[in-house]
Design a protein around this ligand. Structure first.
Ligand code: AMP
Ligand code: MG
Length: 315
């Protein structure tokens, strides 16, 4: 059900959960201090309770109230990248319920760069907001996706399509060398430049090997459409009829309804990726072939695209 901003504020204050737009994907917002609302969030999403939530804020002073010992690095990064798609992991204050952080002593925080999200949070205070998809589904990037997952029962603030389409970069600021735990549209080079220290880039392998998982969410399967997703090095001459082909190189491809061509526009591909996954399922494609992305990171979105597509391939 689509609602307006004052209604959304009322719902959140009553302990309800409301979906709202951010620049990355839609979030499922709840009052970060209300453990019943947080429980509802986990239940609605079907999310395991050890997978902590990101707290969304609209000001630095809100951040200061829910954290301890904020390092200089936090202020440098917030000044440069907030509001924006960078989530920072810092020490939590005891006012943040353990249910928010899955029992961790740290909390993930971000200020979203979206007018609707900021207006909402200014009026409600900090909101926990995981991506609003049902657990295991691709993140929602438009209100239609929310209707697919929840039907009419979920209150939704509609802000149209999200502009980035992939979840935020997550950076751990609790270790000597800051480390990227999830790649997003802000790259490790950009962060290193602002901090003037070398930030550890995201290591694609870590999530699947036996090392302890630093970001609990990375051990779960995410972003999987029902169709099988596969990387493809070259588009074959004869296409499979039940497959959707997603290509990005600037070669000429035959005009066919099952070829989606991005001509080197990775910004557009990131924006569309989850909609492609969902639409492919809707149209009963059995497979989605995605042209391999260049290893050389010629675009800052490539590590995040490789991460999300590789996860969808695993299933
Ligand atoms: P989502 O809400 O779906 O965008 O996922 C949030 C991600 O943030 C998950 O992968 C969590 O594991 C990660 N996260 C949240 N809080 C923390 C934390 N305190 N330490 C490490 N990772 C976190
Ligand atoms: Mg998610």
């Amino acid at each position: 059900m689509i609602i307006d901003l004052p209604t959304a504020v009322d719902f959140i204050k009553k302990g309800d959960v409301v979906a709202f737009p951010t620049e990355t994907v839609y979030g499922l917002g709840a009052d970060a201090f209300n453990i019943y609302a947080i429980k509802k969030t986990y239940e609605l999403k079907g999310r395991p309770s050890d997978n902590p939530l990101i707290v969304h804020v609209s000001s630095i002073s809100q951040t200061e109230k829910i954290t301890k010992n904020l390092p200089d690095r936090f202020y440098k990064l917030a000044k440069h990248f907030w509001p924006g798609p960078l989530t920072l992991i810092v020490e939590k204050d005891s006012s943040v319920p353990d249910q928010v952080t899955g029992g961790l002593k740290t909390v993930a925080i971000r200020m979203p760069d979206h007018p609707v999200a900021l207006q909402l949070i200014q009026q409600t205070g900090p909101l926990t907001a995981p991506s609003a998809n049902k657990s295991g589904k691709p993140s929602p990037t438009k209100s239609e996706h929310l209707l697919q997952d929840y039907g009419e029962s979920l209150p939704i603030l509609d802000g149209g399509s999200t502009s980035i389409g992939l979840e935020s970069t997550i950076l751990d600021l609790t270790t000597d060398a800051p480390e990227i735990l999830r790649p997003g549209s802000i790259s490790h080079e950009e962060i290193s430049k602002v901090l003037k220290v070398e930030v550890t880039a995201f290591q694609e392998k870590r999530a699947s090997d036996s090392e302890p998982v630093k970001s609990p969410g990375t051990k779960y399967t995410h972003y999987s459409p029902d169709a099988e997703v596969k990387w493809l090095s070259k588009i074959p001459n004869s296409l499979e009829i039940n497959a959707l082909y997603v290509v990005h190189s600037q070669n000429q491809y035959p005009d066919s309804k099952n070829i989606l061509s991005y001509n080197g526009n990775f910004t557009e591909l990131a924006k569309d990726l989850y909609d492609i996954f969902r639409t492919a399922d809707h149209q009963h494609y059995e497979k989605i072939y995605i042209e391999e992305l260049p290893e050389q990171h010629e675009d800052r979105l490539i590590p995040a695209l490789i991460n999300r597509i590789s996860k969808a391939c695993k299933k």
